[in-house]
Design a protein around this ligand. Structure first.
Ligand code: SF4
Length: 291
């Protein structure tokens, strides 16, 4: 396999073969994101992609999962994605699932029929970065989509039968908008009702517009106990029908996991007891946090 630059994938794709069908992120404007700042976006040609698949098929045995990188491979034209899926399933006889990162706009630019065709061709999980459900926060992080667009994108993916895994970033509203971020994000998620929800906690990275805002004193990053409170508020407002909930990424202060709604009260009790104890030893120390 040939890779260009640093590769990012969701934690749940740790055992997947990573296939770079696009390089970088076509949006690449979110104010907190450093992932693809050093890459100029481009799609790889089908010939290059097929060569990589053939190379992997000759050398790797037992490939059952493939993740299509980079930042938003779903931007690729549907016909080309269908050809990639067909090549993958014909090259790896044990392949069970192919997954992909998508932006809201990528999903909105595909019709429900196109998404259904991708599902039928074996696209399993779509990872969608929601980040926040608050309109103002979405605008100033330059997400490139409004709250209504994110809801429409998520609903379209679900209506097409794709499994949807969404990510939210705690702390993104700063101290000022903690509660608005928590409540608006929960109500947005309720409208989409995803199968998977992952929480990350904001880490301000050097070189980003967000870091410059923090340096100018225009953005106050919430502290660990404030983040726990924000998660509590979000959880209280969540009304999901059946969702695998994960808050155990290395950026999070307190690892949490469960299934919603059944584990909601248990998770809330844990969050509240740690927050009220104020015992920082129960939290991941700052120097161990990572993206
Ligand atoms: S869409 Fe995702 S990968 Fe692209 S800039 Fe925003 S957060 Fe980063």
């Amino acid at each position: 396999m040939r890779y260009e630059g640093a590769i990012y994938r969701p934690p749940s794709e740790a055992n997947s073969l990573i296939l770079q069908v696009t390089i970088g992120c076509s949006h690449n404007r979110c104010t907190f994101c450093v992932s693809f700042l050093d890459k100029k976006f481009r799609e790889r040609s089908l010939q290059e992609i097929n060569e990589d698949i053939e190379m992997a098929a000759r050398t790797l045995r037992g490939v059952d999962r493939v993740f299509l990188a980079d930042g938003n491979a779903m931007v690729m034209e549907t016909g080309k994605l269908l050809q990639v899926l067909q090549k993958l399933y014909s090259s790896f006889p044990l392949l069970e699932r192919v997954s992909i990162y998508a932006t809201p706009q990528d999903l909105l630019e595909k019709s429900k029929e196109e998404l259904e065709a991708l599902k039928k061709a074996g696209l399993g999980i779509v990872y969608l970065g929601v980040e926040s459900g608050n309109e103002e926060i979405l605008a100033w992080i330059r997400k490139g989509a409004t709250r209504e667009e994110i809801i429409a994108a998520g609903q379209r993916a679900r209506a097409a039968g794709l499994v949807l895994s969404v990510t939210v970033i705690n702390g993104l509203g700063g101290r000022e908008k903690m509660v608005a971020h928590a409540v608006d994000t929960a109500t947005l998620l309720n409208e989409i009702d995803p199968e998977y929800l992952g929480l990350l906690t904001l880490m301000v990275c050097e070189g980003t517009p967000m870091a410059r805002k923090v340096a100018r004193g225009e953005f106050a990053v919430p502290g660990p106990l404030e983040i726990l409170y924000e998660i509590e508020v979000m959880l209280r407002h969540l009304e999901l029908s059946n969702c695998v909930f994960r808050c155990n990424h290395a950026s999070n202060y307190l690892p949490l996991k469960g299934t919603l709604p059944q584990d909601k009260e248990k998770l809330l009790k844990l969050l509240e007891s740690v927050r009220l104890s104020g015992d920082m030893r129960k939290l991941r120390p700052e120097f161990l946090r990572a993206l």
